[in-house]
Design a protein. Structure first.
Length: 327
């Protein structure tokens, strides 16, 4: 059996390894077909090509998907194969290059592209004072964010076969007064030391002991939902989503307090009557709060007088019935 990996073209070896993996082979074939088949007026169906590419990088393990996209090279044949990984004629290139700021605005109109571009800005932020040249010191997160852009209108790719510089298909011509802002946006891709170091470290295998690759997100929708849930978790108290124990009726709270202090049973009927009284409104003002405050001020003998009164009435009734029988 021919060995999967050799000392020659690493990107070719990565493609062979992908073909030996059922998942990688299936999803790779799924994007190559729409990205290479021509239509009547276009070279390919770019929308279907982008969708298939997103599925490939979302579903295929990084070992194989990153292996083809970030493989290390020593010659032009290898770097050109790496550049052709995403079939750039269909997924990347176009007749004309739009202005980068206009392309960014188009990206912001799509929730998938918008969220993934934000992830890229966050996780590939350069920092010259850090060991990795990344602000977050995490190569895996940067590569994940970069690969997440592939299959959107902001799809990046290698500019040429001579370097690790990447960029989306755009330039800064016709930027007017926004030329500096446009160039800053484009340089975040082209001259990003964090991204370059992450790509180089993965290709050389030097990131294994420090920054382990993690599984890519399945869908942007799932990621957004998860982030939304985490956000809601932190703000549940302000949104009153968790029931407050203090919302219990005042009488119920008094019962609990009395039971803890005296271990004596509290007359439920009295509580019900008290709540009924509290619901009555006088001059448009609720009296439940007043009733609860007044109940706190009542002496202990008040609670004991009710059963004594009932017992007295019962004895009087018995005596009356007895006298009736005798007569």
């Amino acid at each position: 059996v021919e060995p999967v990996l050799s000392k020659g073209n690493n990107c070719l070896d990565a493609a062979k390894a992908c073909n030996l993996n059922d998942t990688c082979k299936r999803f790779r074939s799924a994007y190559i077909t729409p990205c290479t088949s021509s239509t009547s007026n276009e070279i390919c169906n770019k929308r279907k090509c982008h969708k298939a590419l997103r599925l490939f990088f979302d579903k295929v393990p990084p070992k194989h998907s990153y292996g083809m996209l970030f493989c290390s090279c020593r010659d032009v044949a290898c770097t050109e194969r790496r550049r052709q990984t995403i079939v750039p004629v269909c997924s990347y290139e176009d007749r004309e290059k739009p202005n980068c700021l206009n392309l960014q605005e188009s990206c912001k109109k799509n929730y998938i592209c918008r969220s993934r571009l934000a992830d890229f800005f966050t996780n590939c932020q350069p920092e010259s004072r850090s060991v990795s040249s990344c602000l977050k010191e995490n190569y895996a997160d940067c590569l994940l964010a970069y690969s997440g852009l592939i299959g959107t209108v902001m799809t990046p790719n290698y500019i040429d076969s001579n370097s690790l510089s990447v960029a989306p298909w755009c330039d800064c011509s016709n930027s007017g007064n926004d030329i500096d802002e446009c160039q800053k946006f484009l340089n975040f891709f082209q001259d990003n030391t964090c991204l370059k170091n992450a790509i180089q470290a993965f290709g050389n295998g030097t990131d294994v002991n420090v920054w382990q690759p993690i599984l890519p997100v399945q869908t942007t929708t799932a990621t957004t939902t998860t982030a939304s849930r985490l956000k809601n978790t932190g703000s549940e108290t302000t949104n009153n989503e968790i029931p407050n124990h203090n919302d219990s009726p005042a009488c119920a709270n008094l019962q609990a307090q009395k039971k803890r202090k005296s271990n004596e049973s509290v007359d439920t009927e009295l509580c019900l009557n008290e709540n009924a009284i509290g619901k009555d409104n006088t001059a448009g003002v609720s009296t439940s709060h007043i009733s609860s405050e007044n109940s706190l001020a009542l002496p202990r003998s008040f609670y004991l007088s009710t059963p004594l009164t009932l017992m007295t009435l019962a004895l009087s009734l018995c005596l009356f019935l007895s006298s009736s029988v005798v007569l």
